[in-house]
Design a protein around this ligand. Structure first.
Ligand SMILES: NC(=O)c1ccc[n+]([C@@H]2O[C@H](COP(=O)([O-])OP(=O)(O)OC[C@H]3O[C@@H](n4cnc5c(N)ncnc54)[C@H](O)[C@@H]3O)[C@@H](O)[C@H]2O)c1
Length: 246
């Protein structure tokens, strides 16, 4: 199967690309083209098939250009991992319009635009699998993360609507909803010592008393994309060490 992974240049997306690449052709799409190139090169040097493309998932123009840049060898796309994401930390009374738009447009509009671009290929083939990246924060709140929590709640909602609209047409849509995973996103915007203190705070609350690894989310995405998940649609699965039990 040919699988498009947005945000594949780092963290969870990169781990998923590497895990899938022994069985699938992976298209690594990222706004950071150099990062996508590096992940693709690592996969190719290990004997896998990977292609890197540039995209800003929040821009329809950019998504169209990305689709045009994906070569025939990776078509039709049978799998889509909508994973690109960003975060800002601003309490509700301080969220700027710019920050809100960046977060909500990346997560929510990004899932919509990329899905709209890929679904026609899946519908024509009458088969396909989509995994959206939700979060524990799709179902619980977190102070200072109003835009992010609202965006992730919307991604979970979109997942259910997409599953309702496309399951009967051969396309399974689900979401992975990670808890705290040690990726660059969690450390971004913090000094190293502050980031470590933050991770320790997370760990204390997690029943497994440790952060998740990107590879542990990749394993869930691999499962949801596979035939082993053939009767699962419209669900959110949380690799979170037991932090949120839903
Ligand atoms: N790390 C966590 O604890 C955690 C928990 C729950 C959910 N998530 C979600 O998992 C996904 C991946 O996050 P991560 O932790 O691997 O972060 P990361 O920062 O390591 O990777 C995110 C990638 O997305 C790319 N990206 C950002 N905006 C983009 C855009 N507009 N267009 C294209 N690419 C873009 C970045 O360049 C980066 O390569 C995100 O949706 C995030 O919200 C992460």
């Amino acid at each position: 199967m040919n699988v498009l992974i947005t945000g594949g240049g780092s963290g969870i997306g990169a781990a998923t690309a590497k895990r899938l690449a022994d069985r699938h052709v992976v298209v690594i799409a990222d706004r950071n083209k150099a990062a996508a190139d590096a992940v693709a090169a690592e996969i190719v040097s290990a004997g896998g098939k990977a292609i890197a493309v540039e995209v800003d998932v929040s821009s329809a123009v950019s998504v169209k250009a990305m689709m045009e840049a994906i070569p025939g060898v990776a078509r039709p796309l049978g799998g889509l991992f909508n994973n690109a994401g960003i975060n800002i930390r601003q309490p509700i009374d301080e969220i700027t319009e710019l920050g809100w738009d960046a977060v909500v447009n990346t997560h929510v509009k990004g899932v919509l635009l990329v899905s709209q671009a890929v679904l026609p290929e899946m519908l024509a083939a009458k088969r396909g699998v989509v995994v959206n990246t939700a979060s524990d924060y799709s179902i619980i709140g977190a102070p200072g993360l109003g835009a992010y929590c609202a965006a992730k709640a919307a991604v979970y909602s979109l997942t259910k609507v997409m599953a309702m609209e496309f399951t009967s047409r051969g396309i399974r849509v689900n979401a992975v909803g990670p808890g705290p995973i040690d990726t660059p996103m969690l450390r971004a915007g913090r000094a190293p010592a502050e980031a470590e203190a933050r991770l320790e705070m997370h760990k204390a609350k997690i029943p497994m008393k440790r952060m998740g690894r990107p590879e542990e989310v990749a394993a869930v995405v691999d499962f949801l994309l596979s035939e082993r998940a053939s009767y699962i649609a419209g669900q959110i699965i949380h690799p979170n060490g037991g932090l949120v039990m839903w």
